[in-house]
Design a protein. Structure first.
Ligand code: GDP
Length: 412
């Protein structure tokens, strides 16, 4: 069976935030909207996504226990859990290694907080492309521009506003989309909130033009051809602008900034659009490398991110549940069928894969094959630990190991 989603339409992302900035709420909203869109045209039995979340909340566990797969506009988004608390730095580190991009949430009132700084530096270490979501725009004291300034002051980065807020605090009603130069407003609140396009309000027009110019200057600076097109025609197509935004996001030349309130359901759909527009597919980031020799820190060879290459994967989380031991694996190259044998090069022995699953918000789905770029949970691995390389026995490789333990980063 061929793969169901092309590699270019896969996004392996994490959501990181200072505690209380809204990571759980944003993740829930994402699963709610994507779950809903996923259900169109498909019959799902059992609980709805929200029911499932209620149950999870009652049980007091996080919904994204390791990785959850969902769909948005023809793309497959795998959300990999990145624990936020500082005590879990090793865990954060572990999961950062396997994701290709991240949503970085900061709070509209507090801006960048100390733990956000720590997580930011960790993501820097793995060159994880990031988009920033300024959450809680509905709260008293929320200030988009102050929060953006805190990104410059505390993280020393080049934030790039893709949106401007319309209204503030409890009057926050929507955003100006600076890429498409239109307004998006939400009607209602909570889960029923629906959104629609609207003209940019008159009082924001000048400001929107000013920020649009900044957006163009910054985004096009990463691409000579686009810059030339701009000088020739005086503008560029939305397509060209988006392409430049993606390029700059991947290289880290700038960090796109969006805003909203996850709790009141304003801004989550544009955030999802930004994930598929600006965060990279698995084959759009520099690939993971092999280790030259056990115990040596050589350059190694870059793994080819393709279905046609031999299978290579990395075990990044082990979970025990009522079904047994689940080994979460990030597949880098090749494909694998349930029942296949793999070589654990870290341990030096072969293991047989039992059943394989993809985890969704409301169910686990058994799959028969996994392909390059996928994240899946395997059953049947008896002696594989977090950080181990799994590969095709005919072509043994050891993947670049995750750096443990993570030194505590001094941010004082
Ligand atoms: P986490 O610790 O980052 O996972 O944060 P949570 O998602 O658990 O949110 C922390 C608190 O902030 C909860 O009480 C949420 O209801 C609240 N919260 C989250 N998002 C928003 C928002 O957009 N606006 C407001 N006013 N509160 C929010």
């Amino acid at each position: 069976m061929p793969r169901s989603v092309p590699l270019s339409k896969i996004r392996n992302i994490g959501i990181t935030a200072h505690i209380d900035a809204g990571k759980t709420t944003t993740t829930e909203r994402i699963l709610y909207y994507t779950g809903r869109s996923h259900k169109i045209g498909e019959v799902h039995e059992g609980n709805t996504t929200t029911d499932y979340m209620e149950q999870e909340r009652e049980r007091g566990i996080t919904i994204t226990s390791a990785a959850v797969t969902t769909q948005w506009k023809g793309h497959q988004i795998n959300i990999i859990d990145t624990p936020g608390h500082i005590d879990f730095n090793i865990e954060v580190n572990r999961s950062l290694r396997v994701l290709d991009g991240a949503i970085f949430i900061i709070e509209g009132v507090a801006g960048v907080q100390p733990q956000s700084e720590t997580n930011w530096r960790l993501a820097d270490r793995y060159n994880v492309p990031r988009i920033i979501f300024i959450n809680k725009m509905d709260r008293t004291g929320a200030d988009f521009f102050k929060a953006v300034k805190s990104l410059v002051d505390k993280l020393g980065i080049t934030p790039l506003e893709l949106q401007l807020p319309i209204g503030a605090e409890d009057q926050f009603v929507g955003v100006v989309d600076l890429v498409e130069m239109k307004a998006v407003v939400w009607d209602g609140s909570e889960l029923g909130a629906s959104f629609r396009d609207a003209p940019i309000p008159d009082h924001l027009l000048e400001q929107a033009k000013e920020y649009r110019q900044k957006l163009l200057d910054t985004a096009l600076s990463v691409d000579d051809a686009a810059m030339e097109e701009y000088f020739e025609k005086g503008d560029v197509s939305v397509e060209t602008l988006k392409r430049c935004l993606k390029k700059g996001t991947i290289s880290g030349a700038f960090r796109p900034v969006l805003c909203g309130t996850a709790f009141k359901n304003k801004g989550v759909q544009p955030l999802l659009d930004a994930v598929i527009d600006y965060l990279p597919a698995p084959n759009e980031v520099p690939g993971i490398r092999t280790v030259v020799e056990e115990g040596q820190a050589g350059e190694g060879r870059e793994i080819e991110i393709s279905d046609d290459a031999k299978f290579t994967g990395l075990a990044f989380k082990i979970l025990n549940d009522k079904y047994g031991t689940l080994t979460f694996v990030r597949v880098y190259s090749g494909m694998l069928r349930s029942g296949d044998q793999v070589l654990n090069t870290t341990k030096g022995h072969k293991e047989r894969i039992g059943r394989m699953f993809q985890m969704h918000a409301d169910k686990r789905e058994e799959i028969k094959e996994v392909y390059a770029g996928d994240i899946a949970a395997f059953i049947g691995l008896k002696d594989t630990q977090t950080g181990d390389t799994l590969c095709d026995p005919s072509e043994p490789v050891v993947l670049e190991r995750m750096a443990f333990p993570v030194p505590v980063i001094d941010i004082s």
